[in-house]
Design a protein around this ligand. Structure first.
Ligand code: F0G
Length: 434
């Protein structure tokens, strides 16, 4: 099957070989995406085949990404693929979260169940396959945490050398720990995510290192599998809304592309609406879309949020994100630190749990239902992008009333759950429990 890289800017549309090492169009600087000549696939037969693969013991069939490989056929040789059995993440219902979000019912797609704890694994297995196909030796990324943990794991598993660049003092210890444990050379740079991305692009060019940030089109191809698996799990019934947090805006770009391709090929009969939720202190996409794109995109120079995963002021994929939100008739919302923290505790109290950035999903849903943008009886899938254990310090501080927003404001423990210090005394403890 023919695959190529195409400039996303439709006014340009420049085309490149799928094996060119490129992250932007060399003609106009636009974003690139992989395109395929899918022909006319037998949709019913493929849906059956994907179900059958769940019973298989073959590594690629067990992967919740590569099981759907017919929809991102850029790999020539399966031997290039490194799988840690990523994807396979559950759909979960959370009645308490639904009522908090103003909904009759909610479904969470929990990407925190991935091998390194976030949705980045879905994309990283794609990016690393391409790195190996291109015979790259070193791979690099800047990260707010999850990308680095994921890249470290997949690169090391695939015999590549991972080089990680993170904002010094601004990612959670859980994520830094993973990068170190998975054997990545880790550079803590005294700059923010956006500044380090510019730096890493210079280094990648100068030293011939393959860049695995979400500007890499093959990361996006892997992340398409999140919505493909979601539709498979929904028996191909399309929800009304899919809601997810937005940082660098790669994930919403991947979701939109995957959904459009599934509709064009006849796997689904309509598009769900995509809603992106940003943290107030890092919400340039929200501001841009609120003006309906009438003003130029204005990055936040000093993004601030405790949801460090989405602490990004200059998201590279905003043109793709704009297209996907508009094409799906979607929405963009922003939420405060207090709203994120409370929503997170509610998701935790459902027995589900997630990291702060993920909780922006539920906080955003609550605002969108209150504003009437999402109806209370809508079929909504909220995407939880990362695992609750990413940021235990945040969790402890919230529940003990010690959490402060970046500008020093106290965050109220509205749904706090204080641990109780007790003497080693059965009578006293019995009294307390009664
Ligand atoms: N949620 C989590 C848990 C994330 O780690 C990220 C991004 C996002 C949401 C936002 O996704 O960038 O595709 O809009 N984390 C990055 C990282 C950028 O370096 O791990 P996006």
């Amino acid at each position: 099957m023919q695959s190529e890289l195409v400039c996303f800017n439709s006014a340009c549309g420049a085309r490149y070989a799928i094996s060119d090492v490129l992250y932007n169009c060399t003609k106009c600087g636009g974003l690139l995406e992989a395109r395929y000549d899918f022909g006319k696939p037998d949709v019913a037969a493929l849906k059956r085949k994907w179900r059958e693969r769940r019973m298989s013991n073959a590594p690629l069939d067990q992967s919740g990404v590569w099981r759907y490989r017919e929809l991102f056929p850029f790999v020539e040789n399966d031997g290039d693929i490194v799988t840690l059995r990523e994807g396979n993440t559950p759909l979960l219902s959370g009645p308490r979260a639904a009522s908090y979000g103003g909904l009759d019912h909610i479904t969470f797609k929990h990407q925190g169940f991935n091998p390194t704890g976030s949705f980045k694994d879905n994309g990283m297995t794609g990016g690393v396959a391409q790195a190996r196909r291109l015979a790259m030796r070193r791979v690099a990324c800047v990260s707010t945490g999850n990308t680095s943990a994921s890249m470290a794991a997949y690169a090391s598993a695939g015999g590549l050398e991972p080089l990680i660049f993170i904002p010094h003092g601004n990612i959670s210890y859980g994520k830094l720990a993973q990068a170190l444990e998975y054997g990545a050379r880790t550079f803590q740079v005294e700059a923010n995510f956006d500044q380090i991305l510019a730096l890493v692009r210079v280094l990648a060019e100068r030293l011939g290192i393959y860049l695995l940030n979400s500007i890499n089109p093959f990361r996006i191809e892997g992340q398409k599998s999140i919505v493909i698996e979601m539709m498979d799990q929904c028996d191909w019934r399309v929800p009304d809304w899919i809601v997810l947090p937005g940082g660098n805006l790669g994930n919403v770009s991947a979701f939109g592309k995957g959904l459009r391709e599934m509709r064009e090929l006849g796997f689904i009969d309509r598009l769900p609406r995509l809603a992106v939720v940003q943290a107030e202190g890092a919400s340039p996409f929200y501001e841009y879309m609120r003006e309906r794109g009438r003003q130029a995109f204005r990055p936040h120079e000093h993004p601030e949020t405790l949801a460090t995963a989405i602490k990004i002021g200059d998201p590279v994929s905003w043109p793709k994100a704009q297209f996907e939100v508009e094409t799906s008739g979607g929405a963009v919302e922003r939420v405060s630190e207090q709203e994120i923290a409370d929503a997170k505790a509610i998701i935790g109290a459902c027995g589900i749990g997630c990291e702060p950035a993920s909780a922006a999903t539920l906080a955003g849903i609550r605002k969108l239902t209150a504003a009437g943008a999402i109806a209370s009886d809508a079929d909504v899938v909220g995407v939880l992008t990362g695992n609750v254990l990413k940021d235990p310090d945040y969790v402890y501080r919230y529940h003990t009333g010690q959490l402060k927003s970046p500008d020093g404001c106290q965050i109220n423990a509205n749904f706090g759950n204080q641990p109780i210090v007790v003497p080693n005394d059965a009578n006293r403890i019995s009294e307390l429990i009664r």
